[in-house]
Design a protein around this ligand. Sequence first.
Ligand code: PGA
Length: 250
Amino acid sequence: MDKQIQIGKIKILICQDKEEVARVAADIFAQSIRKKPDIVLGLATGGTPVGMYQELIRTHRDEGLDFSQVKSFNLDEYLGLGGDHNQSYRYFMNENLFDHVNIDKSNTRVPDGKAADLQSSCKKYEDDIKAAGGIGLQLLGIGSNGHIAFNEPGSAGGSRTRVVNLTERTIKDNARFFKDESEIPRQAVTMGIGTILEARKIVLLATGSNKADAVARAVKGKVSPDLPVSFLQKHPGCTFIVDREAAGEL
Ligand code: PGA
């Protein structure tokens, strides 16, 4: 690791490259699972966490990291995509982690993008997180526009799991995963900022120079709904793990 710095309450680990980000982050998750085998994890999708998930799969295979009692809640899901759709976040989680470790799939939750009654499904998601004892360790990425999960600019600090509209910027950022931009859902179900802030510990990963501006504003900018990630400045247990490119001039 290059260096560790602290800005306000946020601890920032600056790594040489995205491979080191993946290793350092996986190590934190592996240690937390070993310490509390029935830990409740908050999990994220996107390009950034893939390397960390690969490292956790390797740790399971080579070192016997045991997921059998782990519970998980994912941050978000596209509205209208079922788990069998190859761009749904349920599908992503199965492909990138769950199918390769000994987690009990019935202990893994992703918001239901096809719920008939979305409002009560969102409320139940919140209730189920509480009933599980709350999230012990939450993984986050960061959008180039400063979103966390699908809490886009304008999201309130106390927001809860709900249906949201995606911004044009997020739709463009995520277009690379779809064959055609017109296929990208325009809405999603996401945990709220209030939901995320209740996690006991938070780890945010960012790699690449296109995240440098959002990372700098996240730790140094004014706390405001204009920049949803800035609410993490209020959390007592938040660590950013970034590569040199995403660290920019920090
Ligand atoms: P990415 O997405 O990891 O695909 O860059 C991060 C995010 O939007 O939270």
